[in-house]
Each structure stands twice: as structure tokens, then as C-alpha cells.
Write a protein that binds this ligand. Structure first.
Ligand SMILES: C[S@@+](CC[C@H](N)C(=O)[O-])C[C@H]1O[C@@H](n2cnc3c(N)ncnc32)[C@H](O)[C@@H]1O
Length: 209
């Protein structure tokens, strides 16, 4: 793959998404992880320090980008929990049915090629009663902002290597058959500066019924 997607973008992502406010959100997200955990779209491994060995027995991570995996390698050595990194993509997870107690996606559903297929795979690999923990930026509920999100998504897909500004990810999780009621509220994140109206965040814990 190209210099931008495999070298510059992973660096850029680390620089922008390592803001203390975003790190605090990552910590809150993975605080809910229990048992055997799968994280999809692991990136450079920014969530890794927050997995708690008191509640997490094992962590499996899937990340398709070699550039991201290279950056993550250094972090894997200091993992607080036993971790294995598996190359692959969320649309086709190389695991058996009902393999995990928890699946985590952190700012990843925006970037996958086929979000419906990824959610079907999350459901398949989760044990009944298992939890899908997600932190995502999503489609706004304000029509004027939605229009800008739709307009800017073609540019964002280039800058953000496939990232969509206009995915209603929490609603898609519920539509995929997870128990998620009510839908979690959207929150503006000051760390995103002038872009914050166009990248509202949503954090949720959906149950695999
Ligand atoms: C915006 S980054 C977020 C990375 C990391 N989760 C974080 O919070 O810093 C999106 C990640 O999703 C990964 N990704 C893209 N398509 C994917 C797919 N089909 N399956 C799994 N991960 C994917 C990208 O390579 C990238 O690492």
C-alpha cells in the first residue's frame, strides 16, 4: 500500500487521537471489557494500556493495515494482558462462533468497507449475552450538519483512509440485532476543535442476544 496510508496516516492518527480527552474515552470504553476480548481495528494499539488484567483473561486484536501493525508492535511488548495480534479484517474474522465474551471497536466502524458484514461477524463471534463495546463518531442528528457530513465524506475518505463522517453506527448496531435500548446519546468532543460539530461521538455497550 502507499506511503500515505501505511506510514503518514498511522503517524497522523496517533498524533491527533492521542489527545488526553480521547485517551480518557478509550479508557472508559475498555473498562467494560471482560473475559476473552477481541478488538477490531486495533490501529497502533492506543487502547492497549487500559485493558485491566483483573477482568480481561485474553485479548485478540485484528488490524488489516501493516503500517498500523508496525506501530502497534512496540506497544504489544508492554501489554498488561496476554495479547495475540491476528492479521485480517472485520468483515471476515478468522474465529469460530461464540469465541469471545467482549468485542471492542474504537473509532473503527467509520472506516470499514462493509459495516453490515462487520456487525454480522461481531455477532457471530460473540457468545450469547456477550457485549459489543463501541466508541464511534457518527452521523449527526441535525439535518444541516448531516448535509455537511455527506458533502465532506468523499474528501474525508481520502484523508482518513476510508473514514466516513456520515455513518449512523449506533443505529446500525441495533439494526444488526443487538440489544441497545435506548440508543446512546451523541456527544460533541472539544478535542476535535472546529470539526467537532461534524464528528459527534457515541459510546455504547450492545448485548448479543
Ligand atoms: C480511525 S482508525 C482507529 C484506530 C484505533 N482503533 C484507534 O482508536 O486509534 C480506524 C482503524 O480501522 C482499521 N480498519 C479499516 N478497515 C478495517 C476493516 N475492514 N476491518 C478491521 N479494521 C479496519 C484501520 O486500518 C484503522 O486502524
Amino acid at each position: 500500500m502507499g506511503l500515505y496510508s501505511e506510514t503518514i496516516f498511522p503517524w497522523l492518527l496517533d498524533a491527533t487521537l492521542s489527545h488526553p480527552r480521547i485517551m480518557a474515552r478509550r479508557q472508559a470504553l475498555v473498562a467494560g471489557a471482560r473475559g476473552d476480548v477481541l478488538e477490531i481495528g486495533f490501529g497502533s494499539g492506543a487502547t492497549l494500556p487500559f485493558y485491566d488484567p483483573a477482568t480481561v483473561s485474553s485479548l485478540t486484536v485484528v488490524e488489516p493495515s501493516e503500517g498500523m501493525n508496525r506501530r502497534a508492535a512496540a506497544r504489544l511488548k508492554d501489554s498488561p494482558v496476554p495479547v495475540r495480534s491476528v492479521p485480517g479484517a472485520g468483515e471476515r474474522l478468522p474465529f469460530g462462533d461464540a469465541s469471545f465474551d467482549t468485542v471492542v471497536c474504537c473509532l473503527t466502524l467509520c472506516s470499514v468497507a462493509d459495516v453490515g458484514q462487520v456487525l454480522a461477524e461481531v455477532k457471530r463471534v460473540l457468545k450469547p449475552g456477550g457485549r459489543f463495546l463501541f466508541l464511534e463518531h457518527v452521523l449527526s442528528d441535525d439535518p444541516a450538519r448531516q448535509r455537511w457530513q455527506h458533502r465532506l465524506t468523499p474528501i474525508q475518505k481520502v484523508i482518513g483512509v476510508g473514514c466516513h463522517l456520515d455513518r449512523p453506527s449506533a443505529a446500525l448496531v441495533r439494526a444488526a440485532g443487538f440489544q441497545l435500548d435506548p440508543l446512546p446519546a451523541l456527544e460533541e468532543e472539544p478535542a476535535f476543535g472546529a470539526m467537532k460539530p461534524l464528528v459527534p461521538l457515541v459510546m455504547g455497550a450492545a448485548i448479543r442476544v
